[in-house]
Design a protein around this ligand. Structure first.
Ligand code: HEM
Ligand code: NAG
Ligand code: NAG
Length: 324
């Protein structure tokens, strides 16, 4: 800059520096729970009634919708990327290793979106609908409620390879689970409390066969033999069993009590209580359903905050499975 130490020059330089530092800040618009209050005041009630209907039609749908939000958030952030169909130019997430034949609820989200579009076209993102649906699903099965932060925008891409890399698997070790969640800014405690979602919903035989047939010391023998009856050693991959054997249809802390009795269905469930660093967290939640509920609600809000697209990033899709 061709100026000497005059005071105007100093003021000018400072202003320039300030300008430069502001413009180099990342665009960090915040999510807020009142985001649609002016633009679509009935969005939340419309989504809620769609989710209530879906869950009363099929109770398991509550579980599927909570999981859908989780699998959305862990891949590129909570951006609706999981909802996109594959196209000739984009291999999306629906058929990724831990989603294929497994993740459900797409039709419910599409229906809720269609109803929201009919009252306020082009306003409410699919990513937000998934987040609200997860909360409404929890409430519909007696689980905790929380204020859902809103204002997420929809991605213009999806990635099978990121889904393969970021979604946890039923054979993961405790260390891998902790590290996968840590990469998303979630603590081991968050990971354990969120796994408490397995208080509802079902798993396919192929996800727990290894565990029930290996006679390991970390599984209750009676439980293993009961589960073997509907999960043969060599077929029946798709046969379902409840993740919580005691109260599979209600949201409570029995999941943690099961773990203490070595009755976790998945290997990734039982590793949370197998002599490792998370044993004491499982103990906490098994003793107090109210601590479980309130920590679960906070952790869902935290999960919903993973890398959202905001402001003018991304887009608002018209149909959740395709780009605009
Ligand atoms: C900690 C790592 C986790 C692993 C390894 C894991 C793995 C799994 C597996 C293998 C299934 C059964 C899928 C199938 O058979 O197709 C399942 C179901 C489920 N997961 Fe997880 N999960 C984890 C964490 C979570 C979290 C954080 C949530 C939610 C916040 C969640 C919610 C659910 C629900 C609700 C179901 C039942 C879905 C249904 O019935 O449709 N899971 N999980
Ligand atoms: C998804 O699962 C089906 C049935 O097991 C299988 O035929 C298909 O190859 C899988 N897709 C991918 C991409 O792995
Ligand atoms: C587990 O135990 C059962 C019955 O006790 C036995 O038939 C089976 O071969 C054992 N499996 C393994 C992998 O050791």
């Amino acid at each position: 800059m061709a100026c000497h130490l005059s005071s105007t020059c100093l003021v000018f330089s400072i202003l320039l520096l300030l300008l430069l530092s502001f413009s180099s800040l990342p665009c960090q618009a915040q999510l807020s729970s009142n985001f649609y209050d002016d633009t679509c005041p009935n969005a939340l009630s419309t989504i809620r009634s769609a989710i209530r209907k879906a869950v009363s039609r099929e109770r398991r749908m509550a579980a599927s919708l909570i999981r859908l939000h989780f699998h959305d958030c862990f891949v590129q952030g909570c951006d609706g990327s999981i909802l996109l169909d594959d196209t000739p130019s984009m291999t999306g997430e629906k058929f990724a290793r831990n989603n294929n034949q497994s993740v459900r609820g797409f039709q419910v989200i599409d229906d809720a979106k269609a109803q929201v579009e009919s009252i306020c076209p082009g306003i409410v993102s699919c990513a937000d609908i998934v987040a609200v649906a997860a909360r409404d699903a929890s409430v519909a099965v007696g689980g905790p409620s929380w204020r859902v932060k809103l204002g997420r925008r929809d991605s213009t891409s999806a990635s099978r390879s990121l889904a393969n890399a970021n979604l946890p698997s039923f054979t993961d070790s405790l260390e891998s689970l902790i590290s996968l969640f840590d990469r998303k800014g979630l603590s081991a405690r968050d990971m354990v409390v969120l796994s408490g979602s397995h208080t509802i919903g079902q798993a396919r035989c192929l996800t727990f066969r290894g565990r029930i047939y290996n006679n390991a010391s970390d599984i209750d023998a009676g439980f293993a033999s009961t589960r073997r009856r509907k999960c043969p050693a060599n077929n029946g991959d798709g046969n379902l069993a409840p993740l919580d054997l005691v109260t599979p249809n209600s949201f409570d802390n029995n999941y943690f009590k099961n773990l203490i009795q070595k009755k976790g269905l998945l290997q990734s469930d039982q590793v949370l209580f197998r002599g490792g660093s998370t044993d004491r967290i499982v103990n906490d939640y098994s003793r107090s359903s109210s601590v479980f509920s309130s920590d679960f609600a906070s952790a869902m809000v935290k999960m919903g905050d993973i890398d959202p697209l905001t402001g003018s990033q991304g887009e608002i899709r018209r149909l959740c499975n395709v780009l605009r």
